[in-house]
Each structure stands twice: as structure tokens, then as C-alpha cells.
Design a protein around this ligand. Structure first.
Ligand SMILES: CCCCCCCCCC(=O)SCCNC(=O)CCNC(=O)[C@H](O)C(C)(C)COP(=O)(O)OP(=O)(O)OC[C@H]1O[C@@H](n2cnc3c(N)ncnc32)[C@H](O)[C@@H]1OP(=O)(O)O
Length: 156
């Protein structure tokens, strides 16, 4: 049995996001999964994601944290409600606040691992903490406040 990523279970009309949209051919198409109580995603930066030669651009790292965070928030909300992630009505979260600490230079040429922990979950708000590892070393840490998407943001 193949396990679908959180983002593959978003409805098509929410598949355009630059960071995680399955329908965005020019995007990062990040894929997140449960691993026990944590969420995990892997991403291999491409040459265009360079900051200085040999090192990954911090904005890319923030984008990965952003989309792994909102995906983790949605997955946690489904779990808390005892529902399958693809089920309707869809639970959708957007970023209200994102803080990133860059702990060490992040080397190019490595697969990055993002590990998320759900720190707080309420009906309308989920806080996720995410650590980004390269070769097993923590290079960045992010905290993201995710809030239920306002109806006004829903594509028509
Ligand atoms: C499933 C499909 C998803 C596909 C897309 C993935 C998205 C990828 C990530 C993104 O890039 S999303 C795009 C960037 N984000 C936005 O454009 C959001 C713009 N901001 C808003 O629409 C509103 O400000 C927002 C929905 C975030 C908050 O609306 P409200 O201010 O009406 O929220 P509310 O007052 O009801 O607060 C709910 C909770 O969130 C908290 N909160 C709201 N804004 C906050 C903030 N800025 N920082 C920290 N906490 C915040 C607030 O304190 C409260 O906490 P408590 O429940 O504990 O009291």
C-alpha cells in the first residue's frame, strides 16, 4: 500500500502553492508524512537554491518550514477530529506567523530532513515546531503558527 503525502490529499483547487502545491510544476512540491508522533519531509535543494556557493539559500529553508508546517497542522487537525485527511469538508490552514533560527550553514548536495512536532492544537490554531537537518546536523529551527484559512481566501 502506498501512503500518500499530506499535500497529495489537498483538494485540487488548493494544489497551486509554490511550496507544496502538487499542481505547481515550477514549485518545490514538498511532501510530508507522519512518522510516529512527528511529521517528516525530505527535500534535495537544486543549484538555483544556492545562497553562497556550497550553501543553501535561507529563504528556501523558510519556505520548506512554512509548507511542512501548514501541512503538519492540517494533518494534526484531521487526526484530532478522528477523520481521514482527504475527507470533506477539507480542513485548511494558512501561515499566521513564521519564525526561523538559522543555526548552522546548510550544505548543498545533501538531502534535507524536516521533522515537525505539534506543540499546540486548538480548533482554529495549530503551532508546529520544525527542525531542519543536513547529514544529521540541525541547521535551522522554525516555529509556525497556522490558523484556519479564512473563507475569503478560498479560490472561486
Ligand atoms: C490545505 C490547503 C493549504 C494550501 C496552501 C498552503 C499554504 C502555505 C503557507 C502559506 O504561505 S499561506 C499564505 C501566507 N499567509 C497568509 O496570507 C495569511 C494572511 N493572514 C490572515 O488571513 C489572517 O491574519 C489569519 C487567518 C492568519 C488570522 O486571522 P485572524 O486574525 O482573524 O485570526 P483570529 O483572530 O481568529 O486568531 C486565531 C488564533 O490565531 C492567533 N493569531 C492570529 N494571527 C496571528 C499572528 N500573526 N501571530 C500569532 N498568532 C496569531 C490568534 O492569537 C488566535 O489564537 P488563540 O486562538 O490562541 O487566541
Amino acid at each position: 500500500m502506498t501512503t500518500l503525502a499530506f499535500q497529495d490529499l489537498y483538494p485540487d483547487e488548493l494544489g497551486h502553492c509554490y511550496g507544496c502545491g502538487k499542481n505547481n510544476d515550477h514549485g518545490l512540491q514538498i511532501k510530508s508524512f507522519w512518522e510516529g508522533k512527528e511529521t517528516v519531509a525530505h527535500f534535495e535543494p537544486r543549484p538555483e537554491h544556492t545562497a553562497l556557493p556550497g550553501y543553501v539559500y535561507g529563504g528556501l529553508i523558510a519556505s520548506l518550514i512554512d509548507c511542512h508546517g501548514t501541512g503538519s497542522a492540517a494533518a494534526a487537525a484531521y487526526k484530532a477530529n478522528g477523520r481521514d485527511m482527504g475527507s470533506e469538508p477539507a480542513l485548511r490552514f494558512v501561515t499566521a506567523n513564521l519564525n526561523v533560527d538559522f543555526l548552522a550553514p546548510t550544505p548543498m548536495g545533501e538531502t534535507l530532513e524536516l521533522r515537525g512536532k505539534i506543540k499546540e492544537i486548538k480548533e482554529k490554531k495549530v503551532i508546529v515546531e520544525i527542525t531542519v537537518f543536513a547529514k544529521g546536523k540541525a541547521c535551522a529551527k522554525g516555529s509556525i503558527v497556522c490558523v484556519k484559512m479564512p473563507a475569503s481566501m478560498m479560490p472561486s
